[in-house]
Design a protein around this ligand. Structure first.
Ligand SMILES: *[C@@H]1O[C@H](CO)[C@@H](O)[C@H](O)[C@H]1NC(C)=O
Ligand SMILES: *[C@@H]1O[C@H](CO)[C@@H](O)[C@H](O)[C@H]1NC(C)=O
Ligand SMILES: *[C@@H]1O[C@H](CO)[C@@H](O)[C@H](O)[C@H]1NC(C)=O
Ligand SMILES: *[C@@H]1O[C@H](CO)[C@@H](O)[C@H](O)[C@H]1NC(C)=O
Ligand SMILES: *[C@@H]1O[C@H](CO)[C@@H](O)[C@H](O)[C@H]1NC(C)=O
Ligand SMILES: *[C@@H]1O[C@H](CO)[C@@H](O)[C@H](O)[C@H]1NC(C)=O
Ligand SMILES: *[C@@H]1O[C@H](CO)[C@@H](O)[C@H](O)[C@H]1NC(C)=O
Ligand SMILES: *[C@@H]1O[C@H](CO)[C@@H](O)[C@H](O)[C@H]1NC(C)=O
Ligand SMILES: *[C@@H]1O[C@H](CO)[C@@H](O)[C@H](O)[C@H]1NC(C)=O
Length: 702
């Protein structure tokens, strides 16, 4: 689900036209690669003088395309002909040669990880077009005390390989033969910032575009984001004005459609500009069909946000512990700025949220978290609204995200051919593919950004992943933190408390999805509908599930004008002079949720610290020969594998042994250890984490 994946009809057509991957067989290669085989293929990548100043952490990605093919031409999981290998680098300087070999050891943080096979030893002999990239990370310490290395996009929508500042090799013809071989490559170029023409503040961050008469670009430095990330952070918006808009006539005011979605670059909303719709919009006339007369277009302002962020091409428009207070930046900084500078109607009934897919989730979440600010959402084929089905994964009850209990692979992307479902990629394939582009959820791809948005921070500063990205093993404790972002769970949990969402959101949520959704997003919609209608009745939310419709298109498959007229009629109906005005009772400030303070308190670095505990040996109960010392292994992040070692007078006593999280241990002193100093040392290991050893308190064996 590359950045392409959630986007447009065009990219879906492309996916549908490509080779079909069988879903029946989970590529177990990933699981079998836990030791390096004999050295086979080794890559050595040098760096041209002057290209890299200082030292960087980052991700090297090497693409092997068939001979004569541009390796970047198609890197999509469903269709790429490439073999893709990635490896993190730490403190690399310009004089270094970066060496890649083998496949991953147990820890993808330090080893090579490849797709479709984990190891470089599995590149079949043949001729290839090879290109390598180094995506440099910046190491930052955020205001909550967490430190991490991430890439900050700069007007490019956060591509995963060749973002601004990436070092690049030439495309190199390489012949791979049987047996050991060394291939030398050279980083000799840097991906440059697009030459922007606009005069917005903030340089290339969020792009920088030139206004036209009807399409205006705004960008602000966000106080909230800059303070969280400890650097200047910006958010922007593309604003399409209706025909006849006169900036000086503040008596003519317009409702605003906030259209959520992926990185829009310089485009506005609904395909504006550069579509038939643009001409009709500018003209203010909807052409009549089938002999109907033309009719005047509803006059509204259309707004799309630019919020490329570390982890993805957009932030998901809410406050999250991993990406930061984007909800606040957009809703409390950018929207007030837009309202101060354009002739909007600054009332909830005239602020409408719409979007599809990623934008479907964003528009729903924006209304659900901010009923005080927005009036309604029309959300199409949204990302998982209810994690009882995260795509097709029963997240709360499964033990593995990749394989069902009966052994079949859980699918992720599908197509319907002549009415028959064809699986284009499994969850395992897609996650393994993502892992080549970044560890610790840094691939800038779909499953990873969900980890960043829905999950809390791990103690390592990165998203606390809900499952082992290699094996699919689900960590129930990590998943429990996702409940805050499970929109059905959130609504029902705040049904009749001070947020009063049962009354506040009644009949304000409109959802549409098709039963043939390419990413199984209909499953989460059904779960959402079941849960909210159990609490509020069948009309509480307006959910449309259309048979045999795929992912894409406008709400309910409407034409653009049909959809805009539907939205406009909702606005008219709910205006103060309409038949059903939106009562101030349901836009009370108390209904607001997802505050950043709350998000950090359950999901930020201090919460991660509070989750940890060192091993402890109980004292007070046992200080006589013949008694038994009881100890705990301490508390660790979910998924950390523990090895324990008793020490006596600082020296290992007995063999180290594996121990489960939460386990209680006992130590029965032998006569020889009398008057010695007993400690328990526990080492935690987790893929994506630095190994860590924690010592218990010490007790004297008497
Ligand atoms: C490496 O893998 C092979 C084959 O799976 C296995 O027999 C061997 O024990 C492994 N070696 C180590 C050190 O894990
Ligand atoms: C490195 O520094 C040189 C000299 O200051 C400069 O020309 C070059 O653009 C810099 N390279 C990068 C990648 O910043
Ligand atoms: C490498 O991946 C391909 C495609 O998934 C698979 O057919 C092949 O068996 C894998 N090779 C090894 C050695 O596992
Ligand atoms: C690479 O291409 C050359 C020239 O076409 C050919 O002779 C050679 O056999 C190819 N190598 C492999 C490993 O297929
Ligand atoms: C570096 O990349 C730029 C932009 O893609 C290109 O114009 C230039 O020729 C490249 N330089 C080298 C040495 O490949
Ligand atoms: C496994 O379970 C899934 C979901 O219930 C079902 O669609 C699939 O056919 C089953 N596969 C096998 C091999 O039984
Ligand atoms: C779908 O139907 C068309 C026309 O009958 C046929 O050409 C095509 O092969 C079919 N595709 C599949 C996957 O069955
Ligand atoms: C749901 O919304 C549609 C418009 O999208 C409307 O036609 C329909 O009557 C609504 N259903 C209910 C039960 O309100
Ligand atoms: C708003 O709430 C007040 C107090 O609960 C109630 O009296 C009033 O009828 C409500 N107004 C509307 C329009 O629902």
């Amino acid at each position: 689900m590359s950045f392409l994946k959630r986007l447009s009809g065009a990219s879906l057509v492309k996916i549908a036209a490509t080779a079909i991957v069988s879903a029946a067989v989970l590529p177990m290669t990933a699981l079998a690669q836990f030791n390096d085989t004999t050295p086979g293929l080794e890559l050595q990548i040098s760096i041209t003088d002057g290209l890299l100043n200082g030292s960087v952490n980052g991700r090297v990605v090497v693409l092997f395309a068939p001979s004569g093919v541009d390796p970047l031409e198609d890197t999509d999981v469903t269709s790429s002909p490439d073999l893709i290998f990635g490896m993190n680098v730490f403190g690399t300087v310009g004089t270094d040669t970066i060496t890649l070999s083998g496949g991953s050891g147990y820890n993808v943080r330090t080893g090579v990880w490849g797709w479709p096979n984990a190891s470089l030893d599995e590149v079949p002999p043949g001729n290839y077009s090879v290109q390598a990239f180094l995506n440099p990370y910046e190491t930052v310490t955020r205001s909550d005390g967490s430190t991490l290395s991430v890439h900050f996009p700069c007007g490019d929508g956060a591509p995963n390989v060749d973002g601004v500042g990436s070092l690049v090799t030439s495309i190199t013809d390489v012949e791979i033969q049987e047996g050991p071989q060394t291939v030398e490559l050279n980083f000799n170029n840097v991906t440059l910032v697009e030459a922007f023409t606009g005069s917005e503040i903030g340089g290339c961050s969020q792009g920088n575009y030139e206004d036209t008469e009807t399409l205006k670009y705004v960008k602000i430095r966000s106080q909230a984001l800059s303070s969280f990330w400890g650097r200047d952070m910006y958010v922007g918006a593309n604003i399409v004005l209706p025909s006849g808009y006169d900036a000086n006539d503040t008596s003519a005011r317009y409702p605003v459609i906030y259209s959520q979605g992926h990185w829009p670059a310089d485009g506005g909303a609904f395909g504006y500009p550069d579509s038939n719709f643009s001409a009709e919009w500018d003209n203010g006339t909807i052409p009549g069909e089938d002999g109907e007369p033309d009719r005047p277009a509803p006059k509204m302002i259309l707004v799309t946000f630019r919020h490329e962020a570390p982890f993805y091409d957009d932030s998901y428009a809410v406050n999250t512990a991993n990406i930061g207070p984007y909800g606040d930046a957009i809703n409390d900084e950018l929207i007030p700025y837009i309202e101060a500078n354009f002739n909007t109607i600054p009332e909830p009934y005239a602020r409408v949220q719409v979007g599809g897919s990623t934008g479907g989730w964003e528009s729903a979440a924006s209304l659900i978290f901010r009923p005080d600010l927005f009036g309604v959402c029309f959300s199409s084929y949204p990302d998982s609204l209810d994690f009882h089905r995260h795509q097709d994964i029963p997240l709360y009850t499964s033990t593995n995200a990749y394989v069902r209990p009966n052994g079949s692979a859980i699918p992720s992307i599908r197509d319907f051919e002549n009415g028959t479902e064809v699986v284009l990629a499994t969850v395992a394939q897609e996650n393994h593919w993502e892992l080549t582009f970044g560890t610790s959820s840094r691939s800038s791809l779909q499953w990873d950004v969900w980890n960043a948005v829905f999950g809390v921070q791990g103690i390592n500063g990165y998203p606390l992943e809900p499952w082992n990205k290699v094996t699919g093993e689900i960590y129930p404790e990590a998943v429990r933190y996702w409940r805050h972002m499970d929109l059905a769970d959130y609504i029902v949990s705040n049904w009749d408390n001070e947020r009063n969402l049962g009354e506040t959101l009644r009949r304000r949520i409109f959802i549409y999805v098709g039963t043939w959704d390419d990413y199984y997003l209909n499953e989460g919609v059904v779960e959402f509908q079941n849960r909210v209608s159990a609490a509020g009745g069948p009309d509480w939310a307006n959910v449309t599930i259309l048979p045999e419709r795929p992912h894409g298109g406008n709400y309910q498959g409407r034409t653009t004008w049909d959809f805009l007229e539907l939205v406009y009629s909702w606005i008219q109906d709910h205006s103060p002079v309409g038949p059903t005005p939106l009562s101030s009772n349901v836009t009370a400030p108390a209904s607001r949720g997802n505050t950043f303070a709350e998000v950090l308190s359950y999901g930020g670095h201090q919460a991660a610290l509070a989750r940890q505990a060192p091993p402890t040996i109980e004292t007070g109960h046992c200080d006589k020969a013949g008694c038994v010392f009881a100890a705990s292994v301490g508390r660790w992040d979910p998924g950390v594998i523990l090895e324990a070692q008793w020490t006596v007078n600082g020296k290992p006593y007995g063999a180290a042994f594996d121990v489960a999280q939460g386990a209680s241990l006992t130590y029965t002193p032998e006569a020889s250890t009398k008057w010695s100093f007993l400690q328990l040392s526990v080492t935690g290991r987790k893929s994506g984490y630095v190994d860590e050893t924690r010592q218990s308190n010490g007790v004297v064996i008497t």
